[in-house]
Design a protein around this ligand. Sequence first.
Ligand SMILES: [Fe+2]
Length: 348
Amino acid sequence: MSASPASARPDAALIADLEAAHYHPLWDRYKAITPIVPAAKDMPMHWRWRDFDPFAARAAVEVPIEDVERRAIIMVNPAFGGATQTTSNLLGAFTVLNPGDRAVPHRHTAAAIRFATRADGAATIVNGRRCAMKEGDLVLTPPMCWHGHINLGQERTAWFDAANMPLVCGLDASFFEPGSRSEAAFWEVDEGEERRWAGTGLAAAGAAQPAPVAGAHSPKFHYAGEATRAFLAGLPAAADGSKLARYVNPDNGGPVMPALDCYALRLGAGATTAARRSTWNTLCLVVSGSGRSVVGGKSIEWEQHDVFTIPHWTVATHMARGGDADLFLVTDRSVFELLGLARSEVVE
Ligand SMILES: [Fe+2]
């Protein structure tokens, strides 16, 4: 019998026998099971609109008509090993429609939003309500709400999409139901019930903001960009010159959906925001202006309609250049709040 290696621990034989019997000893595995702090797999990523635009033009020409309803191009971080994923729990994409294109209605358990960047003339229909997509408009497509898209304008349109498929698929809780391409009545609707909620939908964000309610999404699907810009103009700036507004459910003041939580951030020219990290993940779309963010030590110089990520527990600061800048933020913060895992801190 050979001698045991010098590194062998006295319980090595026990650990081997436990593993063979489908047990793991906690005393040997606790560092992997209970990390000291979160450690995002992904580094921040930045996708420039000027790099993306030629792909939008090509997709408009090269994608076959039967795939029009899926003509979204998803931003992928290679840190996820080839998975179709932008950051933990979230996808970000741009959808491209030609004049006259219709994206066939469907519904699913994943939560999604659209933010209109270059989408004038397009509309999203959500549960029988027509939601316009003027510049800066946010449209919700909450879980299991029927939705479809149409471009009635004369120009190619593109808008920003975000959704939580990585979270829902990680939980293996995805259900998807296709609708009918030929159902004319789906498209022949006006804004309907959406009128009830006009003029509502934003609140100053902060530590004391109302908590999410499990299962409850906003009854309001369309948040006009014009109203958002007016709300930000009237909001007092924080000490770091920034203004942060949360898109809210007008029924309860909480997030728009239990699993997606959206914000509008206005940056004052030349002021750098406090260095902050949070347990949730953030996709940032540049609505207007230009500037620089430093995320996890990486400097990101951004311009209008660029997209970049703030992975969870990664320190970020933002600064606008040459004038104010507006960012639209999509987060999974409400998920962390529902689970009691939301934590955020300023790093000196
Ligand atoms: Fe969808």
